[in-house]
Design a protein around this ligand. Structure first.
Ligand code: FPP
Length: 243
């Protein structure tokens, strides 16, 4: 039972921010002789499970990679379906999430996608910004390189207007101009499905993150495995470049 595992978590060593690359919906579908769409539907159930568990263990920040700037390369049918599924799932869940004190935000580029956001979702998200429980970031049309370009554009603009000098550019300034401004960097990054790469996810923010990979396909990712990744994280020694 995962509850028993939860009791093994050292509350003093909790990761503050966990980021997840949810991978393997398509392969799950293939394995179960279903179409890819069904795989994504099952993926949503896994998101629900993991968000519930994150609330249960008092996690501060959870970021899920829902749609990347590269995902536009998929078939039009799959792209449209995925975007609708993500919006509709949020419409279904958002009242429950806000009742549970979850603070919800989208991180990602506004380009290409602005019109795809549902107004009710955006308004409810904004109202949730006073909540101080779990901060749930949904990475939508997110690409780490795009995020850095947009950050550099903001900084360059501030130089052009004379607000700052070039030699004032600092790590903090870059961090503060990312979509994740004001949030702690991820302590732990989880990727499912056996792939072991970052795929343009939070490339600045993960400079010192710990990584945890599993062969489990995202729709099968369980509460138990989520807790196990945290227990494993708690065994690691993080040195941040020091000896
Ligand atoms: C990876 O599987 C998954 C995605 C590209 C999308 C993830 C989206 C969801 C789980 C939908 C719900 C999200 C929220 C926040 C409600 P894949 O299609 O790349 O799988 P494959 O590599 O096996 O083909």
């Amino acid at each position: 039972m995962y509850k028993k595992l939860i009791s093994q978590i050292d509350k003093e060593q909790m990761p503050e921010h966990i980021a997840i690359i949810m991978d393997g919906n398509g392969r799950w579908a293939e394995k179960n002789s279903k179409n890819r769409i069904k795989g994504h539907k099952e993926g949503v159930k896994a998101v629900r499970r993991i968000v519930e568990t994150a609330v249960e263990i008092d996690l501060n920040y959870l970021t899920v990679y829902a749609f990347s700037t590269e995902n536009w390369r998929r078939s039009k049918h799959e792209v449209n379906y995925l975007l609708k599924l993500i919006m509709n799932s949020l419409i279904d869940e958002i009242d429950e999430l806000t009742k549970n004190n979850v603070n919800i935000r989208f991180i990602g580029s506004q380009q290409e996608i602005e019109k795809r956001y549902n107004k009710k979702v955006i308004e409810t998200c904004k109202r949730s910004w006073n909540n101080n429980g779990l901060h749930l970031n949904v990475a939508m049309n997110y690409g780490g390189r795009r995020e850095l370009i947009e950050s550099f554009q903001k900084i360059a603009n501030n130089i052009q207007t004379g607000e700052i000098d070039i030699d004032e550019i600092s790590e903090k300034m870059v961090s503060d101009s990312l979509y994740t401004a004001g949030m702690p960097d991820p302590d732990l990054v989880i990727r499912t499905s056996g792939e072991e790469r970052l795929s343009n996810f939070l490339i600045w923010q993960t400079a010192y993150s710990e990584f945890w990979f599993t062969k489990t396909l995202w729709p099968d990712f369980s509460r138990k495995e989520f807790i196990k990744s945290i227990l494993d994280f708690q065994k690691r020694k993080r040195r941040f470049g020091a000896r």
